[in-house]
Every structure is written in C-alpha cells, then in structure tokens.
Ligand binder design. Structure first.
Ligand SMILES: NC(=O)c1ccc[n+]([C@@H]2O[C@H](COP(=O)([O-])OP(=O)(O)OC[C@H]3O[C@@H](n4cnc5c(N)ncnc54)[C@H](OP(=O)(O)O)[C@@H]3O)[C@@H](O)[C@H]2O)c1
Length: 251
C-alpha cells in the first residue's frame, strides 16, 4: 500500500480521525498537508507526521470559507507541485435536542462545515487533480450518513449529504482518473466522542452495545480504511460508502 512520493491533504487533521489519517498516510510515505482552524494542534500533527518518517505542513483553514479552501490547495501545490489524495474529514457534532427547539444558527453552522466544507474541498482538490492526471478522495461521513440517529437530524442530514455528494462527484470524474469514496464510521474514541460521553455513563454503555462488535472504534481503524481506498489496491472502487462501524448499520 505504499504511497511513497505522493501528496495528501487531510482536513480536520488537528485531532481524532484526521490526525490518525495524517499519521497513517505519512507512515505509507506520503507528504501530508494538515488543514484545520487550531494552529497548535495542527502543528502537533505535523510533528507526528515527521516522527512517522515523512514531511508536511499546517495550513490554517476553515473549510466553510471558500478563500481558505482555495489557499489550502494553493499552498499544497505551490510547495509540492501536485495533489494525489485528500481526506475530507473536518466536521462538527450536533448536541442532541428536540427538533422543535433547534435554531437556524445551528443548522447553518453544521451544514456549512460538514457539507459545504466537503463540497468546497472537492471543488479545489479536483481542479488540481485534473492537472496532475488523477487522484483519490475519501470523504468522512458517519453511520449517521446511512441510517437515522434521533435527536441529531441536522448532523444526520449533513452526513447523508456527504454520501450523496460523494456518489455524484465520483460518477462525474470517474473517466478522468479521480476516484471518490466515503467512509461512514460508527462511534470512534476521539475528542468528539469524549464530548458526547462526558457525564453520560449510561448512554456510553448503550452506544457500545449498538455496535455488534461490542466496543467503539479507534481512529486508526478509520485511517486504515482511508489508506486502502486511496491506494492502487482499490483501483476499481469509486462512488462507494464503506461502513467502518463494528456492524452498527448491519442491523
Ligand atoms: N468520533 C466519532 O464517533 C465519529 C463518528 C462518525 C463520524 N465522525 C466524523 O469524523 C470526523 C472527525 O471527527 P473526530 O471524531 O475526529 O472529531 P474531533 O476530534 O472533534 O475532530 C474534528 C476535526 O475537525 C476539525 N474542524 C471542525 N470544524 C472545522 C472547520 N470549520 N474547518 C476546518 N476544520 C474543522 C477540527 O479542527 P479545528 O477545531 O482545529 O478546526 C478537528 O480537527 C468528523 O467529520 C465527524 O463528524 C466521527
């Protein structure tokens, strides 16, 4: 699965699944550009990329802002001259509440980051990939992109949207050597999960039991799927949603 000499962007690379993806791509030999809003955490991921034996840099990016996304890809290409892979992982959660109490502000924020952010990222990444003869993109959705999760309808809609975006873009660019797939994680032990778990011991036990495997996942287990979808071993795979969820969506 060597990605030696290749160049990847990971959005939301400052923590959790994104950081695990950045390190995994670095271990396989790719240079990795880390994009997110928090500078210190992003620089820490760059340090870990170097520790894993590769190189990379941080670009402060809000994926909901077109100018930032353009700069993210522009700086990557200015430095490395190409872009081969992208993991569009940046996202935020929704605090569970009844639909009738939810605000327009919450709707706009979640959709802007989780859905528009993926669309904007692909727009600039694919422009570049077309000039270097192809590439592979992995978007990070959620089990909530495949099935309903009550109490978080906006997040659920944003993640279903990422699955739809992925299919449409995959079909549009299939003949031009760009593969686009989406990974749908179950519950994964990250800061996002910790925020949800805080003070909710009973809920946490229920969450574990919703995964037939009987535990939540590790960020590295999502990174493994992203690596495989980008490498040549997946050369005939495009437009697919891959549940990496301990069986959550199988029942
Ligand atoms: N953990 C789970 O159980 C789980 C399950 C299914 C799907 N997911 C999805 O997996 C992805 C990663 O989540 P995680 O669990 O690793 O959570 P996390 O640790 O909270 O990481 C989220 C990442 O997204 C970045 N981000 C958020 N808003 C951004 C913005 N506007 N622009 C750029 N970056 C932004 C954050 O960086 P900054 O704050 O530095 O910007 C951070 O690096 C998300 O899309 C999430 O929905 C997670």
């Amino acid at each position: 699965m060597s990605l030696s000499g290749k160049v990847a962007i990971v959005t939301g690379g400052s923590s959790g699944i994104g950081r695990a993806c950045a390190i995994a791509f670095a271990r396989e030999g790719a240079s990795v550009v880390v994009a997110s809003r928090r500078e210190d955490e992003g620089q820490e991921t760059v340090r870990l990329i170097k520790e894993a034996g590769s190189d990379g840099f941080f670009v402060k990016t809000d994926v909901a802002k077109e100018a930032d996304v353009s700069t993210m890809v522009g700086k990557t290409v200015a430095y490395y001259g190409r872009l081969d892979y992208a993991v569009n992982n940046a996202g935020i959660e929704q605090v569970p509440s009844p639909l009738i109490d939810q605000t327009e502000e919450t709707f706009d924020q979640i959709i802007n980051i989780n859905l528009k952010g993926v669309w904007l990222s692909m727009k600039y990444q694919i422009r570049q990939m077309l000039t270097n003869g192809g590439g592979a993109i992995v978007n990070i959705s959620s089990a909530a992109g495949l099935v309903a999760i009550p109490g978080i309808p906006i997040y659920t809609a944003s993640k279903h949207g990422v699955v739809g975006l992925t299919k449409a873009v995959a079909v549009e660019y299939a003949k031009q050597g760009i593969r686009v797939n989406v990974v749908c994680p179950g519950s994964i032990q990250t800061d996002m999960y910790e925020r949800f778990a805080k003070g909710n011991a009973q809920g946490i036990e229920q969450i574990k039991q919703m995964h037939p495997i009987g535990r939540v996942g590790k960020a590295e287990e999502i990174a493994n799927a992203a690596i495989w979808l980008c490498c040549d071993g997946a050369s005939f795979v495009t437009g697919q949603s891959l549940g990496v969820d301990g069986g959550y969506t199988a029942h």
